[in-house]
Design a protein around this ligand. Structure first.
Ligand code: NAP
Length: 286
């Protein structure tokens, strides 16, 4: 069965929109500031998607698009202003930033209460020890997809491919929480016999950023396959000259898996939907 991430994300947004109008009737106008520095085409398209979702759920959009040449000092000054602006509930800095800006410094500068990406070390620490925190959007979206598809996670062996701070590590933590109750194995480029390990998985989370990282021979019959990868590969038949593929060999695996997410239309829309939810929660906690 193909998990329709577009539909699940639309349901999450509809639920957020309802709660936004309830908050508005109490005089609270949920507001997100998305900061984009430069013209990275993928980032521009992600930010456009976020702004579209903000309009759809009825939130205030305080997004700022700064030129590539913006100094680190000016960006930090803007974050400080937004931190101190009570009408702004969430701040998101679109990554990657231009090379002359220290990303870690920028993430650290965001007030953890307004950190709707869940990347601030305070929120990462809270996630690790099970305290309330805004959950990172992509990993949280993956958990919601599993829930909505009715996947039985308790006792399942989940194999996560990737150990990045934004996907691999946090999704491994969420899968291992008592409420999800998976046994988790995290793979990376230092993993030996990855194919053997992935073959034991009841749930595979592929977040390597490389096409065909998971091939059909690595997948157990009936496994659940969540494809996080977004890779641009050249395609002359497309107007923009490329198409998007995930990290798994979708066509070869779709009949073997019990559930599988497509790319595009799987995890991607969930990331934005969970961002809307985190912003709503930040405004509700205000
Ligand atoms: P990243 O920071 O580049 O991390 C990739 C991870 O995968 C690293 O830990 C790397 O291992 C591991 N890896 C790479 N090739 C591997 C291989 N052949 N075998 C085993 N492990 C391998 O990437 P990311 O930010 O986590 O993103 C991963 C993918 O998800 C990308 O395609 C990205 O575009 C996509 N993504 C999608 C969404 C969405 O909303 N759909 C959101 C975020 C990211 P090492 O640590 O050893 O280098």
């Amino acid at each position: 069965m193909i998990i329709d991430g577009k539909q699940v994300a639309a349901d999450v947004r509809a639920d957020v929109a309802k709660k936004v109008s309830e908050l508005k009737s109490k005089g609270i106008n949920p507001c997100l500031a998305v900061i984009l520095v430069g013209e990275n085409p993928a980032s521009v398209s992600y930010v456009t998607g976020k702004q579209k979702a903000l309009a759809e759920v009825g939130m205030v959009d305080r997004s700022v698009h700064l030129p590539e040449s913006t100094s680190e000092e000016d960006l930090l000054k803007l974050i400080d202003e937004l931190n101190n602006d009570d009408s702004v509930h969430g701040i998101l800095v679109q990554l990657p930033l231009p090379k002359h800006i220290n990303e870690e410094k920028v993430i650290m500068a965001i007030n953890p209460k307004k950190d709707v990406d869940g990347f601030h070390p305070v929120n990462v620490g809270n996630l690790v020890i099970g305290r309330p925190a805004p959950l990172p959007c992509t990993p949280h979206g993956i958990i919601v997809l599993l829930e909505k598809a009715g996947v039985k996670t308790s006792g399942a062996h989940a194999v996560v491919i990737g150990r990045s701070n934004i996907v691999g590590k946090p999704v491994s933590l969420l899968l291992a929480r008592k409420e999800t109750n998976c046994t988790v194995t995290m793979c990376h480029t230092g993993t030996k016999n990855m194919a053997e390990i992935v073959k034991q998985a009841d749930i595979i989370i592929a977040a390597a950023g490389r096409p065909n990282t998971v091939t059909a021979d690595m997948v157990k019959e009936g496994a659940v396959v969540i494809d996080v990868g977004v890779n641009r590969i050249p395609d002359e038949t497309k107007k923009n000259g490329f198409r998007l593929v995930g990290d798994v060999d979708f066509d070869a695996i779709k009949d073997k898996a019990s559930f599988i997410t497509p790319v595009p239309g799987g995890v991607g829309p969930m990331t934005i939907a969970m961002l809307m939810q985190n912003t709503l929660e930040a405004a509700s906690n205000d």
